[in-house]
Every structure is written in structure tokens, then in C-alpha cells.
Design a protein around this ligand. Structure first.
Ligand code: ZN
Length: 260
């Protein structure tokens, strides 16, 4: 996505403050947290910022905080792209499983700007070497991320666009923890791998049924319960698996009602 970099509203240099807003880091035992604390750096991620490209050696791991969200995007030779997974404050990007040389397979691109914590991947690997519980947590997170990717393969092949769109909105609402999703329809179209005009007609239909509303640069979930009914099973399947393999990560509180 080639968009101008947009500065997020919230810029806070305090790593400690953001530590609790990344749910993966917040779930760490104190002893594991102390292994990472001194190496974490608070950064601000911008909309459209590319964290790594396919083939890049991944040397930094990012933990999105607050409502920050990034996508793993598969690039085709034609220049078209499709999203394989979204990662927000429930997880991390870059060098999660492998150790040593880690060429990136996908592009990682920031969709919703905001704060994040960053660590040199080599530091994270050292910490995992020292702690079996830390190693176990990241292995289970990798399993949950793989489940999201595997489910999206089946979803893209089998489910109609409107249901996929609803699923994507639910997943993103889980990430941002707000009724308001600060994304344009252009961005939504790219992430669903369809033309902008196609996504516009789906958004119009969802708006006519009172499920969402939208204005320039923002999509608002008006009726979460009915959006869940209209979505395919994939959102619930991925979320259930996440909760099963990472039970220590506390469920997010979803804000059901938009600000009027
Ligand atoms: Zn689906």
C-alpha cells in the first residue's frame, strides 16, 4: 500500500507504559519480563510503514501496543498483494519462531499507526535460550498465528466476500478494542484482495443493514452481534484456538457501542 505516512495521535516514549498494552508481553511472568525489559525500546509506527520486505534479514521484533496493527502481506510479481494475517496488541512480528538467519517471507506493513515496543531479535533469542517458559509462550503464539494464516487460506478459497469482510472487521475490532476502525475502504480492499469498487458495494450493503457506518478514513462497527452473525465462521475459529493455546492472555474487552 503506497500511502503517505500518517502520524498517529499518540506518541509516548515510555516503554514501561506500553508494556502492559501488548497482551503477549503483559502475560509474561515477572522473571521472563525482566529478561526482556531492559532491551525493549518504545517506538512509533506510521501508517504504511514497512517493517520488513520479503528476503530481508529480520533483526528486530515488534510488539504492537494500544490499537497499533500491522499485516503480513504476500506480494505477487504483478504488484498485487494480499494479506495473510493481521497482528495487533495480542502478538508480535518478526523472528518469532526461527533462530539465526531469518529471511522474511512476507512484507510486514503497518495498517493502523501507533506505539509499539521493539527488541533486537538476537536479544529475544538470548532470552528464550535462558527461559523455557518464555520459549514455550512464543511457540504457542506461533501456533496461534499459524492457525490464523491457515484459516485465511480456506476462508479466501471458500467464503463469499461479504462474510470475509465481516470477519475481517471483527478481527480488526478485536485488535483496536474500539468500535471505530481507522482505515479507509482502499486499505480494506487491498487487505481483502479485491477492487475498491467491489468493497464499496459490500460496505454499502452492510451500512444499509445497520451493521456498520463509515466516513472518510474510518469504519465504525455499529452492531457487533449482527456483524458476527453475518461473518463466516473463521473469526470465531481463530479466536477460539488463540484462547485455547494462550489461556493466560486475558480476553480483550470489546467496546460494543460506537460513540454517537
Ligand atoms: Zn471465512
Amino acid at each position: 500500500m503506497k500511502q503517505p505516512l500518517i502520524r498517529p495521535k499518540e506518541v509516548d516514549a515510555s516503554a514501561a507504559r506500553h508494556l502492559i498494552s501488548n497482551r503477549l508481553l503483559a502475560s509474561l511472568q515477572p522473571s521472563d519480563r525482566s529478561l526482556l525489559d531492559q532491551h525493549l525500546e518504545a517506538v512509533t509506527l506510521y501508517q504504511g510503514e514497512v517493517l520488513f520486505e520479503p528476503g530481508d534479514d529480520v533483526t528486530r521484533t515488534y510488539f504492537p501496543c494500544a490499537s497499533t496493527m500491522a499485516s503480513l502481506v504476500v506480494m505477487m510479481q504483478t504488484g498485487r498483494a494480499a494479506e495473510a494475517a493481521t497482528i495487533g496488541r495480542e502478538g508480535a512480528l518478526g523472528g518469532i519462531v526461527s533462530s539465526g538467519y531469518k529471511p522474511a517471507f512476507t512484507r510486514a506493513e503497518v495498517q493502523i499507526p501507533g506505539p509499539a515496543l521493539r527488541i533486537e531479535t538476537s536479544r529475544l533469542e538470548e532470552a528464550k535460550e535462558r527461559s523455557a517458559t518464555l520459549r514455550d509462550l512464543f511457540s504457542r503464539y506461533a501456533d496461534a498465528l499459524l492457525a490464523q494464516i491457515v484459516q485465511s487460506v480456506a476462508c479466501n478459497a471458500l467464503h463469499p466476500l461479504e462474510a470475509r469482510c465481516c470477519c475481517w472487521l471483527l478481527t480488526t475490532q478485536d485488535r483496536v478494542n474500539s468500535a471505530e476502525i481507522p482505515l479507509t475502504q482502499e486499505a480494506l480492499a487491498e487487505m481483502l484482495g479485491v477492487q475498491r469498487t467491489t468493497v464499496t458495494s459490500v460496505a454499502r450493503a452492510l451500512r444499509a443493514r445497520g451493521l456498520i457506518r463509515y466516513a472518510r478514513g474510518q469504519i465504525t462497527v455499529v452492531d457487533r452481534a449482527r456483524l458476527e452473525e453475518a461473518a463466516c465462521e473463521c473469526h470465531a475459529a481463530v479466536r477460539q484456538h488463540f484462547d485455547r493455546v494462550l489461556p493466560e492472555i486475558k480476553p480483550q474487552s470489546i467496546i460494543l457501542k460506537p460513540d454517537s
